[in-house]
Design a protein around this ligand. Structure first.
Ligand code: SF4
Ligand code: SF4
Ligand code: FES
Length: 266
């Protein structure tokens, strides 16, 4: 069997192309505190296979985070390097990528915590648009499919729909999700069945709506997830929880979702 026949459709990189050694960019002259970065470069439109370029960054003239180094490389060494970022504070989720083998946010990953050369790849298991920019169209379509807004059937009250402190506290650990998709990109079940399995980020969001006291659509939300793939392809491997840069526990949210499914059947 050809290995390309069993590579999932969304593993990310072109299945016919291996990552080749790339360009080695010059070391900064006179620098004494230099860090080496190996960065994945790929432009699907070029017809060229992916490559790993090597850059050297003077840490005495660079901020402490991996995102600082990427910005410095783009500004001062190689303006063609492409990556997403926005807030630089760990709240927008744009800079999610794979660093030293782990999905995380580049703006909250300290360079000093990574031993040796820093290996940087795009978030795994998504098609690559260019370099470190993954195509998240499918992940966001899955998010849209769970209708991630509060739904009500009772008449609108004269004022806001209030929550008690205890009801509000039930959202803790879920409302903080920034939809970076580090967890989904790191989930083996999503690598293989991402076309039908919703993945940990979307399932955490589904649970967040279900536990919100203001939402009145629990039945239809659970009906939507009652499917052999959408929810039940989670095998509780918990890669998702290990790789969440916000310290959330999508694996627990999925377990709670499965409990809600069982409870409504009894
Ligand atoms: S616990 Fe479930 S969602 Fe999380 S990584 Fe494992 S299979 Fe994926
Ligand atoms: S649960 Fe964590 S890793 Fe997953 S999308 Fe939300 S913030 Fe990112
Ligand atoms: S730039 Fe917004 S989370 Fe990193």
């Amino acid at each position: 069997m050809n290995i390309n026949d069993v590579i999932p459709r969304n593993l990310g990189m072109n299945p016919n192309s291996r990552v080749h050694p790339g360009k080695v960019w010059p070391r900064p002259e006179g620098a004494t505190h230099v860090k080496e970065f190996h960065i994945y470069r790929y432009d699907p439109d070029s017809g060229q296979p992916p490559r790993l370029d090597t850059y050297f960054v003077d840490l005495d003239k660079c901020g402490p985070m991996v995102l600082d180094a990427l910005i410095k490389i783009k500004n001062e060494i190689d303006s063609t390097l492409t990556f997403r970022r926005s807030c630089r504070e760990g709240v927008c989720g744009s800079c999610a990528m794979n660093m030293h083998g782990t999905n995380w946010l580049a703006c909250t990953r300290a360079i000093r915590d990574i031993p040796g050369a820093v290996e940087i790849y795009p978030l795994n298991s998504m098609p690559v648009i260019k370099d470190l920019v993954p195509d998240q169209t499918h992940a966001f379509a899955q998010y849209e499919s769970i209708e991630p807004w509060l739904k009500t059937s009772t008449p609108p009250p004269d004022r806001e729909r209030l929550q008690s402190p205890a009801e509000r506290a039930r959202l803790d650990g879920y409302y903080e999700c920034i939809l970076c998709f580090c967890c989904t990109g790191g989930c083996p079940s999503w690598w293989w069945n991402g076309d039908r399995f919703m993945g940990p980020a979307v399932l955490l969001q589904a649970y967040r709506a279900l536990v919100d006291s203001r939402d009145e659509a629990s039945g239809e939300r659970l009906d939507y997830l009652q499917d052999p793939f959408k929810l039940y392809r989670c095998h509780t491997i918990l890669n998702c929880t290990r790789t969440c840069p916000k310290g959330l526990n999508p694996g627990h949210a999925i377990a709670e979702l499965k409990k809600l499914m069982v409870e409504r059947e009894h």
